[in-house]
Design a protein around this ligand. Structure first.
Ligand SMILES: O=C(O)CCC(=O)C(=O)O
Length: 300
């Protein structure tokens, strides 16, 4: 097993005395940027502080305990079809919509600053999520590429940061990558196990070869990956749940990135989709979105 030491090529200066408003305490070196561009991912030893991680862990546990987002269809099972009982990998899509304070964190500020270094000054926030791997075994996160989740009409291309809230290693479900897979192609995907009631996707025909890299990290460290980088995680066989927060930033392109729905998304019909479409908040949002699009004030 090949693991990547985040300290190896990283320069990190958590400027403790800086006021919170200063943009980005973590500055990527040109060596790190080259490494990201070459490999399609990068480990960063710290993007937060122990106090912030304690605060976020509390907030995170509260959100999952209260099942925040469930009725709106934003709390879903990434790896199960929900018809079968306990969620296998509970995932909350868009936690910042429920807890706007997430925007005020060092994690957010640092990831946004790094995204601008990697993508350019126009990079903007696109998406966040929280994903828990229950303790004592359970299912792995299969190989997938983030672009496979993009819906039709997307005009953005993203990179994703993933921040564990406790130390992670291969046995607790740290992320693993296939190095250089961001150079393409986009693999065919399918809903996990071919079950169209499952939200998560798995890539087909992945040849791992010798290029698999595990990225163990301390709590509050981060990995960042390109939208085409194949990634996944093994089962969490430790006795504590593995909590992780993810944020994606993207660049708006002058063209539609996904003109036609990917077939593997078109065939999905999940319990979360049903809840989302019937939630009153969804219907109101859809009404305003369609009106703005009709008036030319919003593109997809
Ligand atoms: O947390 C996991 O197991 C997978 C996360 C992931 O695929 C992502 O954040 O892009």
């Amino acid at each position: 097993m090949v693991t990547v030491d985040p300290k190896q090529n990283a320069v990190f200066s958590p400027a403790k005395k800086r006021p919170a408003s200063v943009h980005g305490d973590v500055i990527l070196t040109s060596h790190q940027i080259d490494s990201f561009n070459r490999e399609g991912f990068l480990s960063i030893p710290s993007v937060s502080t122990p106090a912030e991680i304690r605060w976020l862990t509390h907030l995170y546990d509260q959100m999952f305990a209260e099942r925040v987002g469930y009725d709106d269809g934003y709390l879903v099972d990434f790896a199960g079809d929900e018809a079968t009982g306990e969620m296998k990998i509970p995932q909350l899509l868009g936690p910042v919509a429920y807890r706007p304070k997430l925007r005020e964190t060092a994690i957010w500020r640092n990831c946004e600053a790094m995204a601008r270094q990697l993508l350019g000054p126009e990079a903007t926030f696109r998406f966040d999520h929280a994903l828990t791997k229950p303790a004592n075994g359970g299912v792995p996160t299969p190989w997938h590429q983030d672009q496979a989740f993009y819906p039709r009409g997307t005009k953005y291309q993203t990179i994703s940061f993933w921040i564990p809230l406790q130390d992670v290693a291969p046995e607790s479900g740290c992320l693993k990558y296939v190095g250089e897979s961001h150079k393409g192609p986009l693999h065919l995907h399918r809903p996990i196990g071919g079950n169209t009631g499952i939200h998560g996707l798995e890539a087909l025909g992945v040849e791992e070869g010798t290029r698999v890299r595990y990225c163990p990290l301390p709590a509050g460290g981060a990995v960042v990956h390109h939208r085409l980088t194949l990634h996944g995680a093994d089962s969490n066989v430790t006795t504590t749940p593995r909590r992780a927060y993810g944020i994606a930033f993207g660049l708006r392109r002058p063209f539609i990135v996904i003109p036609k729905e990917y077939p593997w998304n078109g065939i999905k019909h999940t319990a979360g989709d049903v809840r989302r479409k019937s939630a009153p908040s969804h219907r109101v949002k859809l009404y305003f979105k369609r009106s703005l699009m009709r008036w030319g004030l919003l593109d997809r």
